[in-house]
Write a protein that binds this ligand. Structure first.
Ligand code: HEM
Length: 441
């Protein structure tokens, strides 16, 4: 089954037909990303962006081939993360991170808890894996309850705005629950979550840069969030409960042989919130679109629930929620696909393009729920820096579709969809109106 590009031809942005038309970062670019990727693969698999590097006088390069991106993410020494390079520079200049303007809680905690690749691994294994990694299975019943609670609110209506009424609140409820925040605080958490991801929505160019005014506004909201989390940390130190914040206040972090400070816990909570909300929302939303476009796939997964997992992976491969990030630097001269990339260049890793690379995937634009080894996709990256929340996100998606299949007989687009995508680097429409038939029990 061939998956259409997610444009629905509703955009004013011109569809690229040759390399000169390709601009992945301009206004409205998201409407035609998937028409741009085959052009990049064919004509410029390593696409130079002059003067767009990390340091003045260096260039940026978009990598769109699967093999190049996989090579880069698997070798953090040869291709250090931009964040590490920034921290090294600050250390050399003797500038304490806390004295810097616009440094968020997550960066502060990274500097003290995981400034090296080894500590990065321990951080995941000891601090996040038990909650959002392999240990996320402890949340199964809670996620299922949250999914059904949301469906209860609209199941008798026959229509739903799927993002506002399901795909967005589900990860919000899940992360509130995991961290130990009450559901009644979700509207505030959503406001702060929006501030956290501002650069990925409104930031300019491949580096997602915000203006000074935008940063001021962002950091004012983030200060409120930091204070809110700080209050919860104090409370949980006094009376721990069964939640991730309580765990982080009590745990002995073995590489440092000590407990975590309040600021460090605050930073980890920040990371869970910025990673855990919109990404999964857009995965669910694009999956719903793919089901409307391919009703036979709905029938397939309804008749055989064991295929839900392959369906969710294949949809993420086809419509990667995080399309690309400029997060690695070349520590030496490199050659990718015959193109010389000098030391110091910044790499924009275009996960979404690697996920539809015809040299890696047979019939890359086909939606094939039986595709072999589909989880080798780059949706969550790979290697030592792989997304720490991949497990819980996958669990949320599978449970969400199981719950929807339990309650709904069929879904289709309702009238009124504009299919316009959110600006920035995430792939997802702003609204999605669906019509469905309630399952008769
Ligand atoms: C469909 C959902 C998701 C997608 C597509 C996604 C994608 C990614 C990608 C591509 C990276 C970059 C890795 C690298 O640089 O090599 C990343 C990092 C990260 N993700 Fe996710 N992610 C998702 C869900 C989540 C969830 C649910 C959480 C938290 C519960 C999370 C937390 C993070 C964090 C904290 C990082 C930064 C790396 C770190 O601090 O260890 N993500 N994610």
């Amino acid at each position: 089954m061939s998956a259409k590009a997610p444009t629905h031809d509703k955009t004013t942005m011109k569809c690229p037909v040759n390399l000169g038309d390709v601009d992945l970062f301009g206004p409205g670019a998201q409407e035609h990303w998937y028409e741009a990727y085959p052009i990049l693969h064919k004509e410029a698999p390593v696409h130079r962006m002059p003067g767009e590097g990390y340091a003045p006088g260096t260039d940026g390069f978009i990598l769109s081939k699967y093999e190049d991106i996989a090579l880069v993410v698997r070798d953090p020494v040869r291709f250090p993360p931009t964040l590490f390079v920034t921290m090294e520079n600050l250390k050399e200049q003797g500038t304490p991170l806390n004295d810097m303007k616009y440094v968020n809680a997550m960066m502060v905690s990274i500097a003290s808890l995981r400034p090296t690749n080894e500590l990065w691994r321990s951080h995941r294994q000891e601090l996040t894996d038990p909650w959002v990694g392999p240990g996320a299975s402890r949340h199964e019943a809670m996620i299922r309850r949250a999914a059904h609670e949301l469906i209860d609110r609209w199941i008798d209506r026959g229509e739903v705005e799927f993002i506002r009424e399901f795909a967005r609140p589900l990860p919000q409820m899940v992360m509130a629950n995991v961290l130990g925040f009450p559901y009644s605080d979700i509207p505030m958490l959503e406001k702060w979550g929006n501030a956290q991801v501002a650069a990925f929505v409104y930031g300019k160019g491949h580096r997602n840069l915000l203006s000074e005014d935008q940063m001021k506004e962002q950091f004012a909201a983030l200060k409120e969030f930091q204070d809110y989390v700080a209050w919860h940390i104090i409370e949980r130190r006094k009376s721990p409960r069964d939640d991730m914040i309580s765990f982080l206040t009590q745990v002995e972090y073995s590489p440092l042989k000590r407990k975590l400070s309040d600021a460090e816990v605050n930073g980890i909570v920040y990371a869970m919130m910025i990673g855990g909300l919109e990404t999964t929302q857009y995965a669910l939303e694009e999956q719903a679109q793919l089901l409307c476009d391919n009703p036979d796939v709905w029938t397939t997964i309804r008749n055989d629930r064991s295929k839900v997992r392959g369906f969710s992976e294949e949809c993420m491969r086809l419509r990667s929620p995080t399309q690309g990030l400029s997060t690695r630097i070349c520590s030496q001269d490199e050659v990718f696909q015959g193109v010389h990339v000098p030391k110091g260049s910044m790499l924009h890793l275009r996960w979404a393009a690697g996920n539809v690379d015809p040299d890696e995937w047979e019939c890359p634009f086909d939606l094939n729920v039986d595709r072999k080894a589909v989880t080798r996709h780059l949706v969550f990256s790979q290697g030592p820096r792989v997304c720490p929340g991949a497990h819980i996100s996958r669990l949320e998606q599978i449970i969400a579709w199981e719950a929807l299949l339990d309650r709904v007989d069929s879904i289709e687009y309702a009238p009124g969809n504009k299919f316009l995508h959110q600006p920035g680097i995430m792939l997802g429409t702003l609204e999605l109106h669906l019509r469905f038939k309630k399952r008769s029990l």
